[in-house]
Ligand binder design. Structure first.
Ligand SMILES: [Zn+2]
Length: 369
């Protein structure tokens, strides 16, 4: 270990030097996140170098701790190799460049108070399954999307949800602090329900505990806030995009199904409707389409669903996000919808055309059945 361990770290430092050199040689006018990437590479290099230069790196009593720290750094290296470097290696004007300029235009239309995130088209799925669809990587300030997104406008409203994650990085406390009180309030209500319903099953109790101690504070609130920012900025087009994603979900997934990272589709739709009401946008046709979809499979609400996803909370959250969006200068979609040349109005018109196209063509005389 005396030579192997420090030599292994030196080898990684040499790789990072190559990564730095390669990234620095690219055009930051085209890939605006290059300075961020260079900073991330440099920081990681420093961390590996500090580890290698420890006096007690291979001392028997420190070795396991030092190897653990090394393995943690390797995870950051993997993240850089999986997502940071591909931002540079993958870059093509036709895809990433085009999508980033769409993002730039959107940021300008919605009055985004933060820098435009880069868009990199390396995701693999167009149907909305999991991570490989639209997602935001906060460490590299980049939104990852599938390459086919340059060919259609129907999914692009989702860029506004990802922009929401980017905005949350700067306005984290402004948007999320009120949730602390709500989470306490609804956790107490859930605790009372557990007592009243006389629930003893340890698995069910554990599930209940996770809802307000982990799921809401760690991810659900962020996802819901980003949904609301998207609706505020792009309006009903986001609701249609969301319905499309729900329908593309894994076969058999209930609309009440949730994961630790994402709240139930049904609740996301409830909160989307709540924001549409604040914006005074008619929700009639999307609500009708959603209700039709929601009843097809006759999914049953999961255990204590109403207490995990309180309906009265949607109004509070929507009102709060509406006010903060206003305060930080985001432009509500209602101001862009009537301007023909905005992307916001184009996305909504695209969804309008989609509804028309989906109606069956009237048959011409003489056509068979
Ligand atoms: Zn999200």
């Amino acid at each position: 270990m005396k030579k192997f361990f420090p030599n292994y770290i030196s080898h990684i430092i040499q790789l990072l030097d190559k990564y730095y050199e390669f990234t620095a040689s690219k055009d930051s006018n085209k890939i605006a996140v290059i300075p961020i990437l260079l900073e991330r590479i440099e920081n990681l290099r420093c961390e590996f170098a500090s580890l290698r230069d420890l006096d007690d790196l291979t001392e028997p009593d420190q070795l396991s701790r030092n190897i653990s720290n090394f393995q943690t750094l390797l995870m950051h290296l993997e993240e850089l190799e999986s997502f940071g470097l591909p931002i540079v290696t993958h870059y093509q004007q036709r895809f990433d460049g085009h999508l980033t300029s769409i993002m730039k235009q959107l940021c300008s239309e919605v009055g985004s108070p933060v820098d435009t995130p880069h868009v990199c088209a390396i995701s693999t799925g167009t149907s909305g399954h999991g991570r490989d669809y639209y997602w935001y990587h906060g460490y590299f300030d980049t939104i990852f999307v599938p390459a086919a997104e340059t060919f259609s406008m129907l999914n692009l409203p989702d860029l506004l949800h990802e922009l929401g994650h980017h905005i949350l990085k700067t306005y984290y406390h402004t948007f999320l602090d009120p949730f602390i009180e709500w989470i306490i309030e609804y956790k107490e209500k859930l605790d009372k329900v557990i007592l009243l319903e006389d629930i003893h099953d340890p698995e069910r109790i554990d599930e209940c505990k996770q809802v307000f101690s982990r799921f809401w504070p760690e991810s659900w609130r962020d996802e819901l806030v980003c949904d609301l920012i998207a609706v505020y900025c792009v309006g009903k087009a986001y609701a249609w995009t969301n319905l499309k994603i729900c329908q593309s979900s894994f076969p058999g997934n209930s609309i009440y199904f949730y994961t630790d990272s994402h709240p139930a589709d049904a609740y996301r739709m409830d909160i989307i409707f709540a924001m549409l009401r604040y914006l005074e946008i008619s929700e009639e046709n999307i609500r009708k389409a959603w209700l039709e979809y929601a009843t097809i499979f006759r999914h049953k609400k999961s255990f204590l669903y109403e207490h995990f996803f309180p309906l009265d909370l949607t109004k509070k959250i929507a009102q709060h996000v509406y006010e903060i969006c206003n305060d930080i200068g985001l432009v509500p979609c209602t101001e862009n919808l009537h301007k023909d040349n905005t992307l916001i109005s184009k996305f909504n018109r695209a969804w309008g055309h989609f509804q028309e196209e989906s109606k069956p063509n009237p048959k011409k005389k003489g056509e068979g059945s």
